[in-house]
Design a protein around this ligand. Structure first.
Ligand code: CU
Length: 154
């Protein structure tokens, strides 16, 4: 229920600003965004909806960002009453004919060890590698530092 609400809020908040959608083989990468960070913030999340129009599953296996020492694929999940996040060591399956949304409170790209803050209105490039589709560079549009940004325990 909370996740659904967050998803609706995130979509409502962010949808009009998106102009960085790309189509890449059988994949559509829609609405890539990140949120502005404070100076010296150690981490930032990256978000995008990945649609697989093909007939075979694909898998997001890695991500890199020049701005970060390390970029990981994470999920948020409830552990008892506590929202925690963890790295997905096997990546994220994008089912054939389906889609996966990376969003605040859910799956996300975790940029760790930032060398510079993320500035609202700019973009930050990330390189995504998929098992079948290959490697693509995606520009994340940097929005405001929204108050409902996920809390990260790193
Ligand atoms: Cu994370």
């Amino acid at each position: 229920m909370i996740r659904t609400l967050l998803a609706v809020l995130a979509l409502t908040f962010a949808a009009p600003a998106f102009a960085h959608d790309i189509t890449f083989g059988d994949l559509q990468l829609n609405g890539p965004f990140a949120r502005a960070t404070l100076p010296n913030a150690p981490v930032a999340g990256g978000f995008v909806t990945i649609v697989n129009t093909g007939s075979e599953d694909d898998r997001l296996i890695s991500a890199t960002a020049e701005i970060a020492k390390d970029t990981q694929i994470h999920e948020m999940a409830m552990e008892g009453d506590v929202m925690k996040m963890r790295q997905l060591p096997d990546g994220l399956v994008i089912p054939a004919g389906g889609s996966v949304t990376l969003e605040p409170g859910g799956y996300h790209l975790m940029m760790m060890g930032l060398s510079a803050p993320l500035v609202e209105g700019e973009t930050v490039p990330v390189v995504l590698t998929f098992e079948k589709a290959g490697t693509v560079t995606l520009d994340l549009h940097i929005g405001g530092a929204a108050a409902d940004a996920p809390t990260h325990g790193h």
